[in-house]
Design a protein around this ligand. Sequence first.
Ligand code: NAD
Length: 451
Amino acid sequence: MVSYGWLTDRQRSFFAGGATKELSYRLDALRRLKAGILEHESQLVNALKADLNKSEFEAYMTEIGIVLAEIGFTLKHLRAWAKPRKVRTPITHLGARGYIYSEPYGSALILAPWNYPFQLAAAPLIGAIAAGNCAVLKPSELTPRTSETIAEIIRASFQEDYISVVQGGIDTSEALLAEKFDYIFFTGSVPVGKLVMAAAARHLAPVTLELGGKSPCIVHEDAQLKLAARRIAWGKFMNAGQTCVAPDYIYVHASVKDRFLSELGGAVKELYGERPLLNPEYTRIVGRKHFERLAAFLDNGTRVFGGGADPGELMIEPTVLTDIDWEAPVMKEEIFGPLLPVLEYGDLSEAIREIQNQPKPLALYLFTESQRVQENVRESISFGGGCINDTVYHITSPYLPFGGVGSSGMGAYHGQAGFDTFSHRKSVLKQTTRFDLPFRYPGRKNGLKLI
Ligand code: NAD
């Protein structure tokens, strides 16, 4: 196995030089990253098109635009986030002052997936840089053009002992994980997340795991069905459903199911036209293996619409399935593609119970006008994050930390959460030397002792 010890050694010695601890250095690094991205903008758009048939619109909205916004937000707030924080002290600490200092860990390893190959590599990097770390980034091998463009951006912007990109597949990930990093940030599947955490344990490296799972979407009887259908169609079928926070399945109240399905059909036509497979804006499935896996689900239950597939182009139509229960193969794993099973419920408690029986999802979406139902669902089900009356949009607010819980992951990032994730909070008590409180010493009388 190739060893990357030389790289971690170089990053360690660069970090020890202290340059990255300067706020001005980090701000400058973020500006360089932004400039590098802007210089390679059209190359990125072309790479995303080549790797995933991502449209220019989606490339900006879900990848480049999000990353540039995250850099802008971080540049604006970094000075405030990085300030030491003075905290209160209890009466037993009379004369002392408490401070929390955010300090970088050292060298961070970032492992990224293929579905938003640019955003999910660059957004954690922003947090790592902001907090003052060095970083090694390994983008996905399944999107080679985008990964190569990321490598070019990083090479053009940074020296290797500060930020560097290593390209490759599983062997490369394993070789990197064998090295001692000070932090590991992984985005990907649950099984690989477990391997990453086990590898991190060997060095006691702290981890953030941004994983996946089946994210439910509940459409209650009082939901605004047309709006719900449009927002669900948008969140589900963008990137052909290859989105970690896409609604994986719908639970709809039986009394509105037919109307909802008809609105959903209308919304998909509005977004992708009558023949989505011919729509140049519609994303393809990343590879043959994923295509075959998804195609095998197409005959689960009853097809309401969609179902068409083009094996040559690796494309699958937005497809809605009904007459599905938890025994159907499509309900046994995260779908991660443009298939949407719709289950129904009569009483909300049935849907809640079923969802509670599943691993904790990364996201949950609920469409209802009722405050009571909103609170009931939010309090009864544990999930990473989500939306009421929308899908996916929560992850685009820099004020909301984004991350999973339970098997959908641990830790969070975006906005200040990204800075915090890559920072160790060092607590320091500054004690007075003007007097010494004797009560903590054995055999002394309580009382103030002047020195
Ligand atoms: P993946 O787990 O297969 O791969 C992710 C990264 O890990 C890649 O860089 C890959 O090279 C590496 N890797 C793969 N197998 C490995 C192994 N055995 N040992 C070490 N490294 C290995 O995930 P993927 O297929 O690229 O992405 C899809 C999954 O990621 C879905 O489950 C999705 O829900 C999840 N995801 C989560 C988020 C999030 O933010 N929570 C975002 C996107 C995707």
